[in-house]
Ligand binder design. Structure first.
Ligand code: NAD
Length: 484
């Protein structure tokens, strides 16, 4: 194995590797590179006990002192970007530019955390003569984050910097398919001066997730993953009276109008559907082609056909994922859809066992087909035809998901209509991946997010803190009224 067996990170040190585990694969070579331990109650109890000891001192520091760790950590991420991006490539398969972009995004998330003292201030008002009300924010306590395979570095950083800077002790449960980055994150946070027990990593699968949801001393859980698991985690955590914010899967619709800028739309849409091999919750999944848009589609086909698997597009995460995605394509074809670009059966020289698929474009898909309704999570774009923008919006609105939607048009009126009527939490105009960047918050609607609020930016401050409302009177002349 290229890497030694992965270990939990508890109390500022890597724990003994004495647990049963699962193989970890390099998706571009299809070979085993490490083993990930499957933790249970004992490991989580150990992490919680250490977090409990660390919490009073960490939460007692002023926020301006806490964020100093993230100034230093941000510099370390920058210094180690080559190594961190290489780890992401190794465990997830992303091409180098995508892996670097992921670490750069982690850096941006740290920058937001560094700004928290400026924006997470309390409030104070003299509510009647001599009587002041003030609101102060307090951390929630011991909290946990459960993350998916598609962003081994960025998605953990959606929660880690804000939760910790706001005074919580954080336990990360990374995806068992991509467990390498987490250990390095732990080491760099320690090097940046984070006290032992404030950030810990407990690896595993379903059992440890359920244990986190059940643990009486974990007060809040952020989850990112598929809708199926998001529902399980949200129900279980809230049933145990915890705060939970659970982000689920997606089926993002891009509406293309006949007046769209051909080159801009075609390049953006292919980049959106094929970036990270289509394994992004913000990826273009359904193009709703309104009226005369064949010229845009023809250009998209040219761009997709010119892409080189292994160079411009990495593998999908596993052999099972490749088989599942290929199955969706075959079923749509059998139902009469037209495969314009077929990414099945691609071969990458020297990496014949990697899980590669090329970009795939399927036209004349009916909205009721499975491939138009379910999340495929691969480099596959389906095209549904619509006569006008209202019909296009009907297709978008019918999806149970609601992460992102976009429109390509030169008309401000049409753009505004889509911005208002799309049933999605993040909407783009002439933008293929409408991710709101800091300080704006990330979060979808409908079955793409369960819980209140967003996971990043200002929205996350509410989730990772609880407010205390205080009323004070020091001025005896204030007299007596109904508040006395
Ligand atoms: P997943 O739901 O299979 O796994 C996510 C996490 O849940 C992992 O840590 C995994 O160990 C755990 N898990 C899996 N099955 C479980 C079960 N039955 N019980 C308890 N825990 C379980 O998701 P994935 O395949 O790793 O990631 C891809 C999915 O994540 C896609 O659906 C994608 O859209 C979604 N995603 C969403 C966002 C968003 O912002 N909405 C962002 C990234 C990824």
């Amino acid at each position: 194995m290229k890497y030694p067996a992965i270990r939990n990170y508890i109390g500022g040190a890597f724990a003994a590797a004495d647990l049963p585990g699962l193989d970890v694969f390099d998706p571009s070579a299809g070979v085993v590179i490490s083993r990930v331990p499957m933790s249970g109650v004992r490991e989580l109890d150990a992490a919680v006990a250490v977090a409990k000891r660390a919490f009073p001192a960490w939460s007692g520091l002023p926020i301006k002192e806490r964020v100093q760790v993230f100034f230093r950590y941000r510099a370390l991420l920058e210094r180690h970007i080559d190594e961190l991006a290489a780890l992401v490539t190794e465990e997830n398969g992303k091409i180098d530019s995508e892996a670097r972009a992921e670490v750069l995004k982690a850096i941006e998330l740290c920058e937001f955390a560094c700004s928290l003292p400026q924006i997470a201030t309390g409030e104070v008002l003299e509510v009647s003569r001599g009587v002041e009300c003030r609101v102060e924010r307090y951390p929630v306590g011991i909290v946990a984050g459960i993350t998916p395979f598609n962003f081994p570095s960025m998605v953990p950083h959606w929660s880690i910097p804000n939760a910790i800077a706001l005074g919580n002790c954080f336990i990360l449960k990374p995806s068992e398919m991509v467990p390498l980055s987490a250990g390095r994150i732990a080491e760099l946070l320690a090097e940046a001066g984070l006290p032992a027990g404030v950030f810990q990593v407990v690896h595993g699968g379903r059992e440890i997730v359920e244990t986190i949801c059940d643990h009486p001393e974990i007060r809040a859980v952020s989850f990112v993953g598929s809708t199926k698991t998001a529902k399980v985690v949200y129900r279980r955590a809230t049933n145990n009276l915890k705060r939970c914010l659970a982000l689920g899967g997606a089926k993002n619709h891009l509406i293309v109008m006949p007046d769209a800028d051909k080159e801009l739309a075609a390049t953006n849409i292919i980049a959106s559907m094929s970036g990270c091999a289509g394994q992004r919750c913000m990826a273009a999944s359904v193009m709703v082609a309104v009226s005369a848009t064949d010229h845009v589609i023809a250009r998209m086909v040219e761009i997709a056909k010119a892409m080189v698997p292994g160079k411009d597009i990495g593998p999908v995460i596993s052999a099972e994922a490749k088989a599942r995605i290929s199955g969706y394509i075959a079923e749509a074809e059998a139902q009469g859809a037209k495969v314009l670009v077929d990414g099945r059966n691609v071969k990458v020289a020297g990496r014949e066992n990697g899980y590669f698929l090329g970009p795939t474009i399927i036209d004349h898909v009916k909205p009721e087909m499975k491939i138009a309704q379910e999340e495929v999570f691969g480099p596959v774009l389906v095209i549904v035809r619509a006569p006008d923008v209202d019909a296009a919006l009907e297709v978008e609105n019918a999806s149970p998901f609601g992460n992102a939607a976009s429109v390509y048009t030169e008309s401000g009126g049409v753009a505004r209509k889509v911005m208002e009527r799309a049933s999605a939490g993040m909407v783009g105009v002439n933008v293929g991946v409408p991710v709101p960047r800091e300080p704006f918050s990330f979060g979808g609607w409908n079955e793409s997010r369960f819980g209140v609020g967003d996971i990043t930016g200002r929205g996350s401050i509410e989730f990772w803190t609880q407010s205390k409302k205080m009323t004070t009177k020091w001025n005896r002349e204030a007299g007596t009224n109904w508040m006395s």
